[in-house]
Ligand binder design. Sequence first.
Ligand code: 2NE
Length: 270
Amino acid sequence: IFWEKVCDYEDIIYEKAQGIAKITINRPEVRNAFRPKTVTELIDAFARVRDDAEVGVVIFTGQGEQAFCSGGDQRVRGQGGYVGDDKIPRLNVLDLQRQIRLLPKVVIAAVAGYAIGGGHVLHLVCDLTIAADNAVFGQTGPRVGSFDAGYGTGLMARTIGMKRAKEIWFLCRQYSAQEAYDMGLVNKVVPLAQLQQEAIDWAQEILAKSPMAIRFLKASFNVDTDGLAGLQQMAGDATMMYYMTEEAHEGKNAFLEKRNPDFSKFPRLP
Ligand code: 2NE
């Protein structure tokens, strides 16, 4: 597969090939910790993915073999959040989490090395996770004076069960790829050298399926967890499909032609 760079960023790499987007956090010197700029760039890249009709699946990964992501960059953590060049403290990774869930395309986390803290939550919000056999998972919040009590706890409990989720957060231990697999936290463990190819194989398998079916299924998995916001996403998908029907066109055309709509020929199915 030949990856083509889509645009230039400082903290991330965004490439695509054959319907797959690959987004890589590129700060290996800090185990791919994110600063506000990293997250701003990720949000921009995921927004481009959403608008790109050629792309059906995203592989989200970290540069190098040592880490997927080690969470927020503690060197720029200030009062009230992580501080960027504009001096504004932010937790903009929470916006990124929502964006990954709302994206009507499948996001696969390809994890080599550490997925820790806010980096662990990032793989959690992805639809699928492929782990290299050197992957290490865990939360550190209560040790470093932080917590993510949104998707970080709630989605984790829905993913692996309440007892294991509480253990991960209360004890801040690290877990091997195999332990993560046994908990249902990752979909597959492969030798490090095979990680990228395995993620590509999964992406290609998904790309061969009906995009609309995948889109509705992804939204449906989020509906109950996300409440009305989840319902809004799914309802928006339904509206999009409705707009593709002759019935919806009749309503719009009647308005534009200043006549009463005639819906009589459209069936009321059981
Ligand atoms: C990730 C881990 C376990 C890796 O350990 P190791 O031994 O492989 O590497 P080392 O030596 O700790 O790290 C290598 C370099 O990366 C920096 C280190 O300071 C070190 O720098 P130098 O000494 O070479 O200069 N580095 C690693 N992680 C960093 C980080 N997150 N921020 C800034 N620099 C980092 C080990 O490094 C580790 O435990 N890292 C910290 C993990 C952590 O606590 N992350 C923050 C959790 S809170 C969070 O992410 C969060 C949240 O809770 C809520 C909302 C948003 C974010």
